[in-house]
Design a protein around this ligand. Structure first.
Ligand code: NAD
Ligand code: TYD
Length: 369
């Protein structure tokens, strides 16, 4: 039986991971530590907390005293660190908050684990798993092979630079202090509970409310989309089977430009409105309710500064050594995701707070200039 501390467990991937873990490892202890920033939502894990499947603690990974208390009183043997500022556009506006959580917060968490786990009565089997991103490797040209675990780091955004710094700290704690750690660098995730600042949920909700779908630049940037359920399963395999000190790249093996992915979402939303006439009553502002194709809402806007052109992940190592293959293909995963947002209107209305709406209005006004 494992005793897990899941940091950032009220965010998108962390919440999905908690649902996954509570289902697949029901006898394990789950403790979530989350600062509940604009991106963290108790609603995403409320059923788990109410059902006693996890304990929620409101707090910051940078609070060493709090983390130490939790590690000791819960006898935590496994830390999975999802907590981060995660949105590239916000990192361009406010890099300092990214350094505070993603670098200093991560170091405080590593330090608390190092100290707690070197005590004589510490749990005998211990693991610190750090969730990182393929964005640390920078951008690929069209013909270049995908990122491997040996690709040199070349981060281009403050977000990617802060994640790269955290990866180096995790490595240093492993090499210097022998902290038993692993790192996964995964590609863009999508699926349920994703905050609507990221491309896919933003476009789904904008379609439902009849707002434009902002396509940065020419829209030909490529991401390697990974369904969040596949990512959770990959982390599970790493926790079960990886030796400490290893890093693992995890991708979904898709290579579609943004404009094509948004187009697929448009067609899925239009098909849902055709199949379910009640949707037009629920979302009267949508293009679909007014007899127009959702694709008509797509609009090219000013590009993101330093925008990485292409990401592609070579998942060969995790496929060969841990037998991981992403099971959800993009078309099926997008259909499931559109269905989830249609079925969970109360969740997305509750998370898209006033702060977020103001930020979005500012962001979009700037992007149009
Ligand atoms: P998210 O922004 O949805 O959630 C982040 C969570 O961390 C939120 O619940 C927030 O409240 C919490 N948090 C922020 N600062 C904190 C702090 N100082 N202390 C405690 N909690 C804090 O992010 P996500 O998309 O779920 O990403 C999770 C992790 O996966 C991040 O580390 C991110 O870099 C990484 N990642 C994400 C993607 C993706 O496509 N979303 C891809 C690769 C890697
Ligand atoms: P995003 O979801 O922000 O993830 P990341 O920047 O971490 O890859 O963006 C995914 C892609 O979509 C990226 O190429 C930027 C682009 N994008 C848009 O074209 N319009 C938008 O409104 C957003 C948020 C992103």
């Amino acid at each position: 039986m494992k005793r897990l501390l899941v940091t950032g467990g009220a965010g998108f991937i962390g919440a999905n991971f908690c649902h996954y873990w509570a289902t697949t490892h029901a006898s394990d202890r789950l403790v979530v530590l989350d600062a509940l920033t604009y991106a963290g939502h108790l609603a995403s894990i409320a059923t788990l907390e109410a059902g006693g499947a996890l304990r929620f603690v409101h707090g910051d990974i940078g609070d060493g005293a709090l983390v130490t208390t939790l590690l000791e009183e819960e006898r935590i043997d496994t830390i999975v660190n999802f907590a981060a500022e995660s949105h590239v556009d916000r990192s361009i506006e406010d890099p300092a908050s990214f350094l505070k959580t993603n670098v200093l917060g991560c170091q405080a968490l590593l330090e608390a684990a190092r100290v707690a786990w070197q005590k004589p009565d510490a749990p005998s089997s211990r693991r610190f798993h750090h969730v990182s991103t393929d964005e640390v490797y920078g951008s690929l040209s069209p013909a270049e092979a995908g990122f491997t675990e040996r690709t040199p780091y070349a981060p281009n955004s403050p977000y990617a630079a802060s994640k790269a710094a955290a990866d180096h700290l995790v490595r240093a704690y492993s090499s210097t202090y022998g902290l038993p750690s692993t790192i996964s660098n995964c590609s863009n995730n999508y699926g349920p509970y994703q905050f609507p600042e990221k491309l896919l949920p933003l476009c789904i909700l904008n379609m439902l409310e009849g707002r434009v779908l902002p396509i940065y630049g020419d829209g030909l940037q490529i991401r390697d989309w990974l369904h969040v359920s596949d990512h959770c399963r990959a982390i599970d395999l790493i926790l079960q089977d990886s030796a400490p000190g290893e890093t693992w790249n995890v991708g979904g093996s898709t290579q579609d430009p943004n404009i094509a992915v948004v187009g697929m979402l448009c067609d899925l939303v239009d098909a849902a409105f055709t199949a379910q006439p009640g949707l037009a009553m629920r979302f009267p502002g949508s293009a679909a309710a007014r007899g127009k194709a959702s694709r008509s809402l797509m609009q090219h806007v000013r590009d993101r500064p330093g925008h990485d052109r292409r990401y592609a992940v070579d998942s060969g190592k995790i496929r060969q050594r841990l037998k991981f293959v992403a099971a959800t293909d993009l078309a099926a995963g997008l259909a499931q995701t559109v269905r989830w947002y249609l079925d969970n209107e109360s969740w997305w209305r509750s998370v898209a707070s006033g702060e977020y709406r103001q930020w979005y209005a500012r962001q979009y006004a700037a992007a149009r200039k």
